[in-house]
Design a protein around this ligand. Structure first.
Ligand code: ATP
Length: 342
């Protein structure tokens, strides 16, 4: 089980240069604002759950993953993993959690560049104390599942970035940690590799009961993989099962999304009171109108559209991405001032 209790992190303010008179005066004079990364974040992840941490750039996702690995010390609050404080009692959970930092693959420098994939995996399995015969079985299974069998004798250095990412993920099938933290595991990957990684994540959750925390900017990925998600931007915004969040949004805000292509200008005022939200953008000489609507406003919408030169209409269901963009764009803490000073 994972429990985040009032987890808060403020990074120290940057010091530009003490040789610059203005910076020196600022340094000695008025207190400088610290950089907020997490503010009073509370949530629980149950054993065996796939839990999505979803937030815009700078929301604090990587900071959270680093606190879980005792790479960053929280300013206040605690993160408990299997009942142990992730920083103060890290020794107790060290072998039980495994993290993949998608954007910073070599953060732990686990792999030797000029050594084959198979030897690398064997070496790490040995480090983790997995008996030889069992390790061989797991390595073969992981390489098979990730379509890496033909790369097993290749130097790690010779692999493409996507393949290295897969080898990294293969480790989670070999180590079989109790807790797996995946910080943007599919960033930079093509759709095929992404799907292979999704399959492994589901396999780990279903077959091994691994508790997984997943951060991603791909909301389709979160919808496909996560049992529950947390929307946050330093502070918590919303939490729930993807399906429940979508249903709540549909009940309160909009059931459908209409994507309408028109030629000419659009007056968003025309849709006041009959659309919950309107996005307008221009692409290839056409104006795209995205309307989030309640079904009972359809008649009024079509009546307004008779004044437009409509080229195409697509009727789409609301996705987790729609809910996320809606909620996060109205989130008060995106631009709010934070009082913590150095
Ligand atoms: N070492 C650091 N020193 C100072 N500020 C930092 C440091 N690391 C992160 N921050 C700041 O903390 C905030 C949260 O950053 P973090 O990397 O945790 O966000 P993120 O959600 O992972 O972002 P992204 O989606 O862009 O990867 C940002 O404002 C960032 O600039």
């Amino acid at each position: 089980m994972i429990e985040s209790v009032n987890l808060t992190k403020f990074y120290p303010p940057p010091i530009k240069s003490l040789f610059d008179l203005k910076s020196l005066r600022d340094f000695l004079g008025k207190p400088r604002e610290k950089i907020p990364a997490l503010i009073d974040l509370n949530f629980r992840v149950r054993e065996g759950e796939v839990f999505g941490l979803l937030g815009p750039n700078g929301a604090g996702k990587t900071t959270f993953c680093k606190i879980a690995n005792a790479l960053v010390i929280p300013t206040r609050g605690n993160l408990y993993i299997n009942g142990y404080d992730s920083v103060k009692e890290h020794d107790k959970i060290k072998g039980k959690i495994f993290t993949i930092f998608g954007g910073e693959r070599d953060l732990f420098g686990l792999f030797q560049w000029r050594v084959s994939v198979e030897k690398n995996l064997r070496f790490i399995a040995e480090l983790w104390g997995i008996p030889k015969v069992e390790a061989e079985k797991r390595i073969n299974y992981a390489l098979e599942l990730l379509n890496l069998k033909d790369k097993k004798n290749e130097w790690y250095q010779k692999l493409s970035a996507g393949m290295r990412q897969k080898v990294y993920l293969a480790l989670s099938l070999i180590i079989q940690p109790e807790v797996l933290i995946l910080d943007e595991p599919t960033v930079y990957l093509d759709v095929f590799t992404k799907r292979e990684i999704w399959d492994v994540i589901l396999e780990l959750s279903k077959e091994f009961g691994t508790t997984i925390i997943l951060t991603t900017h791909n909301l389709n990925e979160a919808e496909a993989l996560c049992d529950r998600v947390l929307f946050f931007n330093k502070r918590k915004i919303a939490e729930g099962k993807p399906k429940e969040l979508i249903e709540k949004f549909q009940a309160l805000k909009a059931e459908r999304k209409l994507l309408i292509k028109v030629t000419g200008d659009v007056k968003t005022k025309d849709f006041d009171g009959i659309a919950e939200r309107i996005n307008v953008y221009i692409q290839n000489g056409l104006t795209y109108l995205e309307l989030y609507i309640k079904r009972n406003n359809l008649k009024d919408i079509f009546s307004v559209l008779t004044n437009y030169n409509v080229v195409d209409i697509q009727n789409e269901t609301v996705t987790l991405e729609d809910v996320f963009t809606y909620i996060c764009s109205f989130d008060s803490c995106v631009n709010s001032k934070v009082e913590e000073k150095s």
